[in-house]
Design a protein around this ligand. Structure first.
Ligand SMILES: Cc1cc2nc3c(=O)[nH]c(=O)nc-3n(C[C@H](O)[C@H](O)[C@H](O)COP(=O)(O)OP(=O)(O)OC[C@H]3O[C@@H](n4cnc5c(N)ncnc54)[C@H](O)[C@@H]3O)c2cc1C
Ligand code: FES
Length: 285
């Protein structure tokens, strides 16, 4: 394995490797952290150098799997998945937004600029903006803000209108508005009413369903269940369609262990390769 610093892709493989394995190995690299910035209360934005081709290929909805431990340790053994928040081709960097839930993410949040990360990705499928869509509604809960921020930037660059709804427990947990393009309508909800609507972010959704051509959502499972009820009660037929990025615990990240399956109307799907983005109407909740 090529472990040279600064985002070099690993090109080794064996004759026995399957095509899927070869694809994932070519996405493994060591990325040097360039910037670390606190955001959303306890969370951290982490940017790291990545190979040019991988940065250019990254799309909103995709994620990276990161080994969240030092070279001397085997704990945690498995990589942890993080959505891509931004891919900056000019700087050759990927950025992720990490909340310290447990030992892996706490280790990651504690890494300083200059430290190296063992990364696999971009992995998974992407959010899909239909060619005829003009008005997009984002619904974000907590660190679910990350892939939707990337999607929002792409949509604004494409001349589309975006309303970005975000929910958090308190005002501290919200994505700062200056991290979104100025053209975006940004509307927030907090559980304690410290900013915006007091209550769930999904309470805001009905007001936008007539306007929106598509809805994109990322957040905790409870938010999806609430979103689904609100959408089914307020939309006309199947319009607007809703794409959700689900957060299932992942082990391999490349479709080998089946630890991340999602039940859909067309069978069980591995959310690391068939997802993490699914049509809400297809998921069996
Ligand atoms: C496709 C995908 C994208 C993701 N994107 C992001 C992202 O952009 N930013 C981010 O911060 N996280 C993201 N996650 C979640 C992240 O992968 C987990 O938080 C991480 O794996 C936790 O590892 P850990 O070692 O820190 O926690 P562990 O030590 O494995 O777990 C510690 C405790 O935290 C709980 N826990 C772990 N994850 C979560 C969670 N997501 N929500 C609530 N409780 C949890 C566990 O149940 C356990 O009780 C994503 C997950 C997936 C599948
Ligand atoms: S994480 Fe192993 S199949 Fe998805």
């Amino acid at each position: 394995m090529d472990t040279s610093r600064g985002g070099n892709a690993v090109s080794s493989g064996t004759a026995q490797a399957t095509n899927r394995e070869r694809r994932s190995w070519s996405k493994e690299f060591v990325g040097r952290i360039t910037t670390v910035a606190p955001v959303m209360g306890d969370s951290t934005l982490i940017s790291f150098v990545a190979p040019e081709g991988l940065v250019a290929s990254a799309r909103a909805g995709q994620f990276v799997e990161i080994l969240c431990r030092s070279d001397e340790s085997f704990d945690p053994l498995l990589r942890r998945p993080y959505s891509i928040y931004a891919a900056d081709a000019a700087k050759g960097e990927l950025t992720i937004l990490v909340r310290p839930y447990g030992r892996g993410s706490r280790w990651l949040c504690g890494q300083p600029p200059g430290a190296s990360l063992d990364v696999l990705g971009p992995l998974g499928n992407t959010f899909d903006i239909a060619a005829k869509s003009r008005n997009l509604l984002m619904v974000a809960g907590g660190v679910g803000a990350a892939p939707l921020a990337m999607l929002t930037n792409a949509a604004i660059r494409g001349g589309l209108s975006v309303t970005y709804l975000m929910g958090a427990m308190t005002a501290d947990g919200l994505l700062p508005s200056q991290l979104l393009p100025g053209q975006v309508e940004y509307v927030v909800a907090t559980d304690d009413g410290s900013q915006g609507h007091r209550g769930f972010v999904t309470d805001l959704v009905p007001d936008y369903l007539l306007w929106a051509d598509q809805v994109f959502a990322c957040g905790p499972e409870a938010m999806f269940r609430s979103l689904r009820s609100v959408v089914l009660a307020n939309r006309f037929g199947k319009h607007p369609p809703v794409q959700v990025s689900v957060e299932r615990a992942m082990a391999c990240g490349v479709g080998a262990c089946l630890g991340c399956v999602v039940q859909t109307r067309s069978g069980m799907k591995a959310s690391c390769v068939d997802g993490p983005v699914f049509d809400m109407d297809q998921v069996v909740w």
